[in-house]
Design a protein around this ligand. Structure first.
Ligand SMILES: Nc1ncnc2c1ncn2[C@@H]1O[C@H](COP(=O)(O)OP(=O)(O)O)[C@@H](O)[C@H]1O
Ligand SMILES: [Mg+2]
Length: 314
């Protein structure tokens, strides 16, 4: 039986009125590349910061290799995390920067630095000054740096953000090479395509809540995420009343609002609209593919399937 590398129980974090992470229950088995997929503002970074004990949960707990991180920080020695905007000395080479970091962290790297640089696709530029590196190369150097301590678990927060396609491909290869070295990877992204290409399993998070979880292939095949389509008037009042669900206009259905992943909330949504004095004409559950769902929650357009009106009424 595989060991559980990360477990979160009812993990919740509130910032004032914003519920950044809402009752998150995850289990990540060792040896996996686990994707944590969600649009900007979904709560990915906050979750990763709680995994690292950098942000205190409002409620709930994090266990790393079975140890509660809030009470036993020692277990974080087994974790490598990519530091956001890792800073390197621009006047030193990539190789020299890793040597300096290794010395600061007191780790014995005995000849592993060249291997790490090669793994990050930086072998040919290892002796060039970091000041001459592209953003993507710097990020890859940051990834190599996370491996200096030879961690069992890597937490990577949007490791390909800001990269060109070649840089992304090289980071993907890097990540894919990690399980063979006995490492577990937890990786956040706002790009479905990224997660699809490197992850074994994925949790999709939107507005702090998990809306789907499972093997990537299964999620992509079944689709089957349910959202709500609502016809209500006046639509502007409805939109304001439903702000907590981040409603968007349904394409090709004027006067309809679309609430991604909210199918189970039909009673609460209806009640909210009635309280706001809005006339509710129709509330329709809508099944959709993962791709369509993801496009809708990332605000890249709403694909309403079966827009002819054959969706079942709720
Ligand atoms: N330190 C903070 N103070 C107030 N609000 C925050 C703070 N950190 C994050 N948030 C809010 O929490 C939500 C989730 O943010 P974040 O975890 O950064 O999302 P993601 O990484 O998925 O883009 C956002 O609404 C964000 O504005
Ligand atoms: Mg983030």
């Amino acid at each position: 039986m595989s060991e559980i590398a990360i477990e979160t129980r009812n993990l919740t974090r509130r910032f004032g009125r914003v519920l950044a992470v809402d009752d998150l229950n995850l289990a990540v088995e060792t040896g996996q590349v686990y994707g944590f997929l969600g649009p900007n503002g979904a709560g990915k970074t906050t979750t990763i910061r709680m995994l690292l004990n950098l942000v205190r949960p409002t409620h709930g707990e994090v266990f790393i290799y079975g140890e509660p991180v809030a009470r036993n920080h020692g277990v974080l020695k087994r974790v490598g995390a990519q530091v956001e905007d890792a800073t390197f000395y621009a006047f030193l080479s990539g190789r020299r920067n890793l040597e300096v970091l290794a010395r600061i962290s007191g780790v014995d790297v005995d000849g592993r630095i060249d291997a790490l640089l090669a793994q990050a696709g930086l072998a040919e530029r290892a002796r060039d000054r970091v000041g001459t590196y592209s953003t993507g190369m710097r990020q890859r150097l940051g990834l190599a740096a996370t491996l200096l301590t030879d961690p069992d678990l890597l937490l990577l927060d949007e490791p390909t953000s800001g990269m060109d396609p070649a840089g992304m491909a090289s980071v993907r290869d890097f990540i894919k090479s990690l399980p063979a070295q006995g490492k577990t990877v937890f990786l956040s992204s706002h790009l479905l395509s990224e997660v699809e290409q490197v992850c074994d399993r994925v949790a999709i998070i939107n507005r702090g809540r998990v809306v789907a979880e499972g093997p990537v292939s299964a999620l992509l095949e079944q689709g089957g995420l349910s959202s709500l389509l609502i016809e209500a008037a006046p639509v502007e009042t409805a939109r304001a009343a439903l702000a907590a669900w981040s409603p968007v206009d349904a394409a090709e259905r004027p006067g309809w609002l679309y609430l991604a992943g909210a199918a189970d909330d039909a009673p609460a949504v209806t009640q909210r609209l009635v309280e706001a004095g809005v006339a509710v004409h129709q509330v329709v559950r809508q099944r959709q593919t993962l791709e369509a769902f993801f496009l809708s929650v990332t605000g890249e357009g709403v694909v309403v399937e079966g827009a002819g009106g054959d969706a079942p009424g709720a």
